[in-house]
Design a protein around this ligand. Structure first.
Ligand SMILES: NC(=O)c1ccc[n+]([C@@H]2O[C@H](COP(=O)([O-])OP(=O)(O)OC[C@H]3O[C@@H](n4cnc5c(N)ncnc54)[C@H](OP(=O)(O)O)[C@@H]3O)[C@@H](O)[C@H]2O)c1
Length: 276
């Protein structure tokens, strides 16, 4: 059980851009956190003003002010900015302030070094499907984070989808698969819709058929736990149409192409921190 309800805890979201904004919006909409206990930052003053007005929370460009009294700091800035932001906020953090970072490529040890002391750190890798509460997030804890800290982080990502706890060595793989994954899925979906247009369907109908089919197939895998290959076999009538389509996919090397895409994205995920 969590010691204190999230809605009673003070949250600071630093770098409320695309991903930070998605999470913050969801928390406020669901009442997971109370607006009066939330502060957020971005780097441009005019964006801060617009976001503050839209969300009804305090949004500034002042990270130090935002973390004052915060019990949870959700760090959503780009990987290259994490170091300087941590150094900046460090003097204002309490010894037990939980720091949760969604930055790709940034290890918990890197953050712990810059924070000093025994500040608990959780590293998370969500995806943008969190925007419709259908996100997928991998989380792992640093050396000072407790099981309760991990549960707090889990609750914050469960609120926008599913969460899986992984060893930190797998975080780049999570980045390459489920964080980059929506982009890969959109390309597949767009191609299926294009195919529908090619065989004569109106584009809006083709897009609906493609999207609902992908959503349906994913839901069957999640709900039945059956192996995708077995489910594929059930669609594939001997000498029917599906097997002809599958032959085209095999010839076009769809499988190996997708595998290579995730492998590349995973490798790239390990590099981001070291770039300026
Ligand atoms: N997008 C994804 O699918 C995804 C998925 C998983 C993880 N992530 C991670 O999420 C993080 C953010 O990605 P994003 O796509 O949301 O990027 P983004 O939209 O560019 O958001 C970054 C935000 O950080 C703000 N910022 C920059 N410097 C700052 C500073 N010194 N102090 C406070 N705020 C600062 C920016 O402010 P301005 O808006 O004023 O420039 C912007 O709002 C990255 O580390 C990324 O690895 C992203």
């Amino acid at each position: 059980m969590m010691a204190k309800k999230l809605s009673e805890r003070k949250l600071a979201v630093l770098g409320a851009g695309k991903l930070g904004g998605i999470l913050l919006r969801a928390y406020l909409k669901q009442g997971l956190f109370a607006a009066k206990h939330v502060a957020a930052t971005v780097s441009h003053g005019e964006k801060a003003a617009a976001l503050g007005k839209a969300l009804g929370v305090a949004v500034t460009t002042d990270n130090r002010k935002a973390v004052q009294g915060a019990e949870i700091v959700l760090l959503c800035v780009k990987p290259q900015v994490v170091g300087e932001v941590l150094k900046e906020i460090r003097p204002k953090l309490g010894p037990k302030t939980l720091v949760i970072s969604v930055a790709a490529s940034v290890p918990t040890s890197y953050m712990e070094k810059r924070l000093g002391g025994k500040i608990p750190v959780v590293r998370a890798m969500p995806n943008t499907c969190s925007t419709v509460d259908c996100g997928m997030t991998g989380i792992c804890r640093g050396s000072h984070a407790t099981a309760e800290d991990l549960e707090t982080a889990r609750a914050m990502f469960d609120a926008v989808g599913r969460t899986v706890v992984v060893d930190e060595k797998h975080m780049d793989a999570v980045t390459g698969l489920s964080a980059s994954g929506p982009a890969f899925a959109y390309i597949i979906l767009e191609s299926l819709a294009e195919a529908g247009v090619k065989v004569g369907l109106p584009r809006d109908v083709a897009t609906l058929l493609a999207a609902q089919t992908m959503k349906g197939a994913a839901s069957v895998v999640l709900e039945t736990g059956e192996h995708p290959a077995q489910l594929k076999d059930a669609v594939t009538t001997p000498a029917g149409c599906t097997i002809d389509g599958i032959m085209e996919l095999e010839e076009g090397k769809l499988r190996v192409t997708l595998i290579k895409a995730v492998v590349k994205a995973t490798h790239r995920a390990g590099e981001l921190l070291f770039e300026k």
